[in-house]
Design a protein around this ligand. Structure first.
Ligand SMILES: Cc1ncc(COP(=O)(O)O)c(C=O)c1O
Length: 463
């Protein structure tokens, strides 16, 4: 699958990274779930836009008109990619967190929000902040999830708005949630549904109209467009009547000494100068993904994801995590741990000795990690450490060879241990000691003294 003018799929494919002790290796990026590299096609489109970049909306110059057309046109590409209804609004935000906080600010008074402890903190904390939220426990199966949601919806106060806020795919286990059934249930009880598509949209087709979803939220940087834009897409009613999320220029029609008349959607919630490049990049990614076809994307990732999980499960001493054992619908994400070794240590060894990038920690999903780690009763402040794991995740440009390299490295770590020495810092992170890997020249301490200071601070455990 090759797109883009330079013959590779993502920017930075084939990059070599330094290893401790000298030498280098092709970088194996297994951290797509945190942030995906830019698609070459996105980068090409941005370069075409940049000479034309200018202020949007009120600029009279021709470049302003081009930039405005690029920015406003981006909404159609995003809407079309997500299968949105023609009257759905597309509001550009910074990311998924921003999109969900925006919706949380716009819910009618006394809305009951139903969510689950599987969620990323971005789909948990905004509801706690603004509303009365019911947080369902981590369900043992999709059937249990549907039964819990059904029961909770049935008990929700009548005559008051209800929102079901769920993930499209778990950022820890990769399990794809039964959103079609959840949407049906929500609507059966007159409730609305928001789907956090941060992990779903880059890997599976999302069909807002077909699945009858009310809102979806997503992040451009997880969709091969790391230029600082996400989106909230969906119904207008609750959004059109609430105060602007960001009050200021752009969100208003008239301001007088007495007050202000807020403008209509989508500008109403996009106060301040918008991120034109980010929105254009997100739209370019949507077009590129549509060009490949989400069915093709999903099929390839399914094959690689299954291989990843099989290879991990075959390594003695590696434990993999899932909420629903045997459940087949998963995006290319696998969380695991290595017996007897700290998760941060394993991740650092993978990077320093093998040139493999994974993520370690609790993935902004503390309640779910506590559940998976066997501490189902864990709550913030209960005195126990937040449990952690290692996460490998795939995306466009991932290959079988990447999984082979991870499996070989983990075998070595479990059988022989590290080849280098490491130090655990005060914040629990682990660093090679010494670390003789050189930064790329644009960050080298010689040319950037402030970077040298940062590195010294980090090594002293100051960050
Ligand atoms: C499922 C899920 N939801 C929300 C988010 C938050 O995304 P962002 O950090 O781009 O706001 C993430 C990020 O990892 C995620 O995986």
């Amino acid at each position: 699958m090759v797109i883009g003018s330079r013959g590779s799929l993502v920017v930075g494919a084939g990059l070599d990274v330094p290893l401790v002790g000298g030498g280098s290796a092709r970088y194996i990026n297994l951290d797509y779930a945190a942030s995906a590299p830019a698609l070459v096609e996105v980068w090409d489109e941005i370069q075409a836009l940049l000479p034309w970049y200018s202020s949007v909306h009120r600029g009279a110059g021709f470049r302003s008109q081009v930039s405005t057309a690029a920015y406003e046109g981006a909404r159609d590409s995003v809407r079309s990619f997500l299968g949105g209804r023609s009257d759905d609004t597309v509001i550009f935000t910074r990311n998924t967190t921003d999109a969900i906080n925006l919706l949380a600010r716009c819910l009618p008074r006394k809305t009951t929000v139903i969510t689950t402890l599987v969620e990323h903190h971005a789909n948990l904390l905004p509801w706690r902040r603004y509303h009365s939220a019911v947080e369902l426990p981590v369900p043992a199966s999709p059937a249990e999830l549907l039964a819990d949601v059904d029961e909770t919806l049935a008990r929700a106060p009548e005559e008051q708005p209800v929102l079901l806020a769920v993930t499209g795919a778990s950022n820890v286990t990769g399990e794809v949630w039964p959103i079609a059934e959840l949407a049906k249930l929500a609507h059966h009880y007159g409730a609305r549904i928001l789907v956090d598509c941060a992990q779903l949209a880059p890997h599976r087709a999302v069909d807002i109209a077909g699945l009858d979803l009310d809102w979806v939220a997503l992040s451009g940087h997880k969709m091969y467009a790391p230029f600082g834009t996400g989106a909230l897409v969906g119904r207008t009613d609750w959004l059109a009547t609430s105060d602007p999320y960001l009050a200021g220029g752009g969100s208003v029609d008239v301001v007088s000494a007495q007050g202000a008349t807020w403008t209509s959607l989508p500008d109403r919630h996009e106060g301040g100068s918008p991120n034109v490049v980010g929105a254009f990049a997100l739209a370019a990614a949507c077009r590129a993904l549509q060009g490949i076809g989400m069915v093709t994307v999903a099929a390839e990732e399914d094959r690689l994801g299954t291989l990843l999980r099989e290879r991990l499960a075959g390594i003695p001493g590696v434990v993999t995590y899932q909420t629903w054992p045997g459940y087949p619908h998963r995006v290319g994400i696998a969380a695991f741990s290595v017996d007897g070794r700290d998760h941060h240590e394993v991740a650092t060894i993978l990077s320093a000795e093998h040139g493999i990038g994974v993520r370690s920690g609790s993935f902004c999903a503390h309640p779910l990690l506590a559940h998976l780690a066997g501490g189902g009763d864990w709550r913030p402040g209960c005195g126990r450490d937040v449990p952690g794991a290692i996460r490998a995740s795939l995306g466009l440009g991932s290959r079988v060879e990447d999984i082979d390299r991870l499996a070989t490295a983990l075998l070595e770590i479990t059988q022989r241990g590290p080849r280098w020495t490491y130090r655990t810092l005060a914040d629990g992170s682990v660093v090679p000691e010494p670390d003789d890997r050189r930064l790329p020249s644009f960050l080298s301490p010689a040319s950037r003294p402030e970077v040298a200071e940062l590195l010294v601070g980090a090594a002293a455990g100051g960050r």
